[in-house]
Design a protein around this ligand. Sequence first.
Ligand code: ASP
Length: 440
Amino acid sequence: MKLHMQILIALGLGIKRNWHIFFGIIAGILVGIFLHEHPSALVSTILTFVGQVFIRLIQMVVIPLVVSAIIIGITSVGDNKQLGKFGKKMILYYGIITTAAVAIGAALALIFKPGIGAANYIAANSAAEVQASVANAMAQQQGNILNIFLGFIPNNPFHSFAYGDMVPIIVFVLIFAVALAKVGDVNRPIVAFFESVFAATMKITDWIMFLAAPGVFALTASAVSSFGIDIFASISKYLFVLFLGFLLQLFVVYPLFLKFFSKVSIVMLYSAVAEAMMVAFGTASSSATLPLTIACCEKRGISHKISSFVLPLGATLNMDGTALLQTVAVIFLAQAYGVPLDLFLIVQIALLAIIASSTCAGIPGAGLITIALILNGMGLSPEQLVAGFAFLFTIERVTDMMRTLVNVTSDTVVVAAIADNENEINYDLLNNPQAYEEIA
Ligand code: ASP
């Protein structure tokens, strides 16, 4: 075998899994671009199949994992005071990070004005079939905010479990877990049961990770092949603003946040959670990434007590990447259609983006559906709304991959800060990437 092949193979086998996933993303982008130019039904079918196998396997463990993690997390914290303290801190930290995201989104969209002159392009994209699905999504969002909150209280938790409605599931499990913590020792059998469930689902996650590199490769390739790279040229300004916003979150807001609220080094945290960040990009789903997010944090120094409580909630409620996108997208549409943007409207958009993002599930495309909550109050005509929505749909996957990476990263930033404040980080481990255990 030629020497360079031997070196490549040695590199591929010897290096850590996060590099495999990273190469999977790069190869997926290249193969996707090629397939966009030279479509092949067979290759697309195989890629879709491999990608779906990976996503479905990982989604399969999400509900048992979320339920068991929250129950163990809350019952192990035990006393009410401490629980309240964690809870308040979590809401405060998630709030700070999401507020920074919407502020950055609004500022960038107002500075770069990506929507000016985009109306023609938007109308050209309003294909009938997309319009139908959009109209459907809008109809579902017609309810007011109170109704949306009402929907978070499950009248039948088993219905929510069966349909995978994460927010009502979390509401039920939180209440159930706090009740278990309150009843004292009689909770032992059920907590022990969920400890076993948690351990087994983490083991399954380890196994699924063998598929991470091919899975992420296949998902990226099929996503890129469907939109190609021409899309970047035609709406480059919109994508540029989004991309810049995400970069500012990742490389300015999070490092500053950690500096201010903890002793955690951002470089160490990013190396600890690199696999989760990349799988988030590949799957475009915070929920599907959750098992891996938990595994990365727990195996690399952040205590089980904190991560099992904070991460499942973060994966559903903390969506700062989504909030940033929603703010930029709505301002973009307002600019495209000439809706005058005064300070009041901008603040309204930002606040609604915080609510709309946290009500959206951690699954692909959810953030675009809840955007209707913000758009409804904007005074656009139904035709404009539908055409605008249709436009956002055409570039949905690529922005979803980016915002999900940001969503998942911020969950880990917040969990690291809380763990630091509570002395629940093993710094010898977190700061020593050589000692990191592989996931699987
Ligand atoms: N896909 C995102 C996530 O799972 C949610 C969204 O659509 O914005 O975090």
